[in-house]
Design a protein around this ligand. Structure first.
Ligand SMILES: NC(=O)c1ccc[n+]([C@@H]2O[C@H](COP(=O)([O-])OP(=O)(O)OC[C@H]3O[C@@H](n4cnc5c(N)ncnc54)[C@H](O)[C@@H]3O)[C@@H](O)[C@H]2O)c1
Ligand SMILES: N[C@@H](CCO)C(=O)O
Ligand code: NA
Length: 428
């Protein structure tokens, strides 16, 4: 008789329901692969009487997730409620303090409290695992903490918000407006409860802060992530980028430099023929560059019932097999405080602005760039309005600091009518 592993699942929405289905439908397979009989003891959600398409009658019910997390008949607390603070955090803390292992998909909670929760887990001999929190069903955490453990990671990049990638690709390929594409993403169930978390880059930033902590062995520092959402990107930018052989992606990039840990989540131009440039719809992609292995590209569903439940079950199976690896693939205490560095690694930039259509306007902009040490690679004045003209400039490699100096000088000239949109061109 295989030893029991008893789950307590808090949260029976998209992900929680998916996990219940896997445990119920694949019990023999899970036992064969882990050596343990994996069962659900108790569940919790806001509303008990709701048809979730899955039979919950054999499980105990707890209205309070904290009570669920500390039940005697729960070995692993599976937190699938969401929210960075409140009941989810309280229940996870209670489980860890009771020495129970925790599996969660809650990237918001981990981005804000992951360091403290990791330390709590280790202090109480528990493990905290969260594969589902970063790029959903893509097993990127397992790849970094196990398969690639023999590498020094040089750069990690990711398109990790399905909503934004869906919107940007539907605007480009489907000719939809931002609002139309947003509505489609909503209908597909991609959006967070607060969609600003998606389109503001915050959800993807949560994931990047976890990814970079695991990749570089640094303490989780979401506040150090440079965040910019996709609200400033227009169909004109998408068309101009395509015209130059690029696509626009909400791209997270983290790298360790001599100046510190750069973590940036912003709309970037990537080569249209690159794996990231080819990424369609709500799919996620993570690119890992290691000193031994070179570039690894992982692509897959970052959201949805099955893909996310798959990642949750991967963690449950590791616990069942007795994997006592700490949260980030190394002891939390060994995670170094990384000096946050603004993305100052030199890169080319795409600048779009509207200038007053009068003599010398372009010259003033060019002078502002030159005086800041920013070299122009391409410049295009396209179209005309009454007394203004849209201008596109692509720079040679420059630091963000120098570019910001040039943008401020441009504003001071009085010829810039609409504030320049600056998008980094990331070499991938
Ligand atoms: N949906 C996805 O594709 C996806 C992908 C990756 C990660 N996640 C993360 O997984 C978690 C769950 O996401 P979801 O899409 O399943 O959410 P959901 O909104 O579909 O379900 C949330 C569940 O938690 C319950 N819940 C919320 N607050 C509660 C409380 N205070 N007490 C008891 N129950 C409570 C709700 O009743 C519901 O059953 C979130 O942290 C989310 O960020 C979701
Ligand atoms: N709202 C998130 C869900 C998965 O984390 C996304 O669009 O990727
Ligand atoms: Na994942």
């Amino acid at each position: 008789m295989s030893q029991l592993l008893r789950l307590g699942i808090a949260g029976l929405g998209t992900v929680g329901t998916g996990v219940v289905k896997i445990v119920r439908q694949k019990a023999p397979l899970l036992t064969e692969r882990s050596g343990r009989s994996i069962e659900i003891s108790a569940v919790s959600a806001r509303t008990r009487d709701k048809d979730r398409g899955v039979n919950l009658s054999s499980y105990a019910w707890e209205d309070d997730p904290v009570a669920l997390a500390t039940r005697e008949d729960v070995d692993v607390f599976v937190e699938l409620m969401g929210g960075s603070d409140g009941p989810a955090k309280a229940a996870v803390e209670a489980a860890l303090k009771a020495g129970k292992d925790v599996v969660t998909a809650n990237k918001a909670m981990l981005a804000h409290h992951g360091q403290a929760l990791a330390a709590l887990a280790e202090a109480h001999g528990a493990v905290l695992r969260f594969e589902a929190a970063v790029a959903g069903g893509i097993p990127v955490i397992k790849a970094l903490t196990e398969g690639l453990a023999g590498n020094d990671i040089e750069r990690v990049m990711g398109v990790m918000n399905g909503t934004c990638n869906y919107i940007l690709t539907r605007m480009e390929d489907g000719g939809l407006t931002y609002d139309e594409a947003f509505a489609e993403a909503d209908a597909l169930g991609f959006l967070e409860a607060d969609p600003q978390l998606d389109v503001g880059g915050i959800d993807a930033g949560h994931k990047l802060s976890l990814l970079s902590s695991i990749a570089f062995g640094t303490q989780v520092n979401f506040d150090a992530v440079e965040l910019e959402g996709i609200g400033s990107v227009t169909i004109e930018d998408i068309r101009q980028a395509a015209d130059m052989g690029f696509r626009i992606k909400l791209l997270g990039v983290a790298r360790m430099t001599g100046r510190g840990l750069e973590q940036s989540m912003a709309p970037c131009l990537v080569p249209a023929n690159s794996p990231l440039g080819q990424l369609q719809g709500g799919t996620n992609m993570v690119v890992i560059e290691g000193d031994q292995v070179g570039q690894i590209v992982m692509r897959g569903a970052g959201a949805g019932e099955g893909p996310t439940a798959s990642a949750v079950m991967g963690d449950v199976m590791d616990v069942a097999r007795g994997l006592r690896v700490s949260t980030f693939g190394r002891p939390a205490a060994s995670l170094v405080e990384a000096v946050p560095a603004r993305a100052s690694t030199p890169a080319p930039y795409y600048l779009r602005m509207t200038l007053a259509d009068k003599p010398g306007a372009l010259a003033k902009v060019a002078t502002a760039l030159g005086e800041a040490g920013v070299s122009i690679n391409r410049m295009r004045q396209y179209g005309h309005n009454d007394d203004s003209a849209p201008v596109l400039i692509v720079t040679h490699k420059t630091t963000r600091n120098a570019l910001d100096q040039a943008l401020a000088a441009m504003e001071a000239t009085g010829v810039v009518i609409t504030a320049p949109v600056a998008l980094r061109i990331e070499e991938v």
